[in-house]
Design a protein around this ligand. Sequence first.
Ligand SMILES: [Zn+2]
Length: 117
Amino acid sequence: MPRFPNAFLTRDQLSKMEPFYPLEAYVCDSCFLVQLDEFETPQNIFRDYPYFSSFSDSWLRHAKTYADRMVPRLGLDHKSLVLEIASNDGYLLQYFQHRGIPVLGVEPAENVAQARG
Ligand SMILES: [Zn+2]
């Protein structure tokens, strides 16, 4: 039963109880989609989301390498559309966009989506 990982506590909150959630993943037998049950509301999870993917230089290098490999492999060009669900601050899509490939990021955390470059 892990704690919610994105909750940074204030000094006043240190002695108070924190919510715990079961760690269970559900896997679809047909398509192997992995999902979690819904224990929290999106409003509580994504209102002030503290993780920005672009903060990690090594993750950005990985994203650029991925884009460099996928463009020729998938034959992507200006007529393609790269769609990323949970696109965070656009850390990955920027490398497709720089190549003139249309992109669409879907991001539930409002403060993160607004920060995209
Ligand atoms: Zn399925």
